[in-house]
Design a protein around this ligand. Structure first.
Ligand SMILES: [Zn+2]
Length: 416
């Protein structure tokens, strides 16, 4: 049945002209890393740039009915401009604004995205959790669009990426924030209502284009977003230590290139953080950070799971998130950075390097800092035992050493 549905899906969209003889709407799954990864500033026209690159690399592939998903603010920053550029190129763009990463936003867009056979659905194939099974069915039928653009911060990108996945359409990621590596990853963080906020499988973006000018901002949350991106990136150091530990214990084989790819950017950013410049508005630094976050996401796409960039520190984040009813005051990047410093103490590696880098970046290195970014110390301690229930099959320092040792590591990293 799956095969029949898929064939119908592909035939409909091929005869509809959307794919112009190129293989099928299945292209999102035919590559494991983005075809285009570009970090630049002052890109004249992003749709024009992507069109030229696709024509060069995949002759015959072009898109004429883009769906552009942005947020209230990011529509003005870039969404409208991109829609206008598409029109100049003769395409028929449709714009949608989303205000959160709630699943209802995705359903609303899907409602208007299919012309026929909206009832035909099949289960997603790369499901790893029962939430993927429950929410991830791909919609079959003739589509109104042939590509999905996400233009905005984390929530907008998550929604757009998941819409593209559900419609089995290629996805272009244009982030206006570097607060974590999600803008280039094959996962979406979605608020599933009573099921809480979960990370679901989606497709790897066809293209990731970071325009540094769209990222830089004068708004009050800007520095915190950059700091959070640094935190998410540096946490790969301990994620990879966990992966290597799992390999030593014959739990999961370590793949050296994916591991290297996940951490090489962290080393570069640590070097940059030793300079005296104000890095947060420095184009060169922002380019390094953006490329490093793309490399981090690409390591996950390449390996096929979040393993290269997610160890104990991400389990701790998920546990803390749940304890706070999915409304933590701290960002993802801040929480995983805190988890990574604790993990570094448990591993006995990187403690001083991370502490110095955090100090330079403004990430938490003391109990007072935890407080300042809204991390409740009691909840943090409770998260350690709660983290044993998060992805228990993924072997990390927590499974290796146990709750008591990790509690001691928290006290060592953040003396109360
Ligand atoms: Zn992360």
């Amino acid at each position: 049945m799956k095969l029949i549905n898929k064939t119908i899906d592909q035939c409909l969209n091929r005869s509809g002209g959307a794919y112009k003889g190129y293989l099928s709407p299945k292209i999102p799954k035919q590559f494991t890393i983005p075809i285009i990864e570009e970090v630049n500033n002052r890109i004249e026209s992003i749709p024009g740039f992507i069109d030229r690159r696709l024509k060069r690399d995949i002759p015959g592939l072009s898109f004429e009915k883009p769906l552009i998903i942005s947020g209230e603010i990011t529509r003005g920053i870039a969404g409208e401009k991109i829609a206008a550029q598409f029109k100049e190129m003769g395409a028929e763009p449709t714009s949608q604004v989303v205000s959160s990463n709630k699943f209802s936003e995705i359903e609303g867009i899907l409602e208007t995205s299919l012309k026929r056979f909206a009832g035909l659905e099949f289960d997603c194939e790369i499901s790893s959790s029962h939430f993927d099974q429950k929410y991830g069915a791909v919609k079959c039928g003739e589509k109104r669009y042939d590509i999905v653009y996400g233009v905005g911060g984390g929530s907008v990108i998550d929604v757009a990426k998941y819409v593209a996945y559900k419609l089995n359409l290629p996805f272009v990621s244009i982030p206006t924030s570097l607060a974590n590596d999600g803008f280039a990853s094959p996962f979406s963080v979605i608020n599933l209502g009573q099921d809480g906020t979960m990370t679901l499988c989606a497709n790897t973006p066809l293209a990731v284009v970071v325009d540094i000018d769209l990222v830089k901002s004068e708004d009050p949350g800007y520095r915190r977003r950059i700091r959070s991106g640094i935190g998410d990136l540096l946490s790969n150091l301990t994620a990879v230590l966990d992966w290597q530990l799992a390999d030593q214990k014959n739990k999961e084989r370590y793949e050296s290139f994916s591991g290297f790819q996940a951490i090489c950017g962290a080393q570069l950013v640590i070097n940059e953080l030793q300079t005296d410049r104000d890095l947060f508005y420095d184009d060169h630094f922002l380019e390094i950070l953006a490329c490093s976050l793309i490399a981090s996401a690409e390591s996950m796409s390449r390996y096929g799971s979040s393993r290269p960039a997610s160890g104990f520190e991400h389990k701790l984040y998920h546990a803390y998130n749940e304890l706070t009813d999915f409304q933590p005051k701290a960002t993802h990047g801040e929480l995983v950075a805190v988890g990574a410093l604790c993990s570094s103490y448990a591993h006995g590696k990187y403690q001083d390097i991370l502490r110095q880098a955090y100090t330079n970046a403004g990430l938490p290195v003391s109990s007072k800092d935890l407080n300042d970014c809204g991390i409740d110390r009691e909840f943090l301690l409770r998260s350690i035992s709660a983290a044993t229930k998060v992805k228990p099959e993924r072997y990390t320092i927590l499974e290796d050493r146990g709750v008591e040792d990790l509690l001691a590591a928290v006290h060592a990293a953040y003396p109360g």
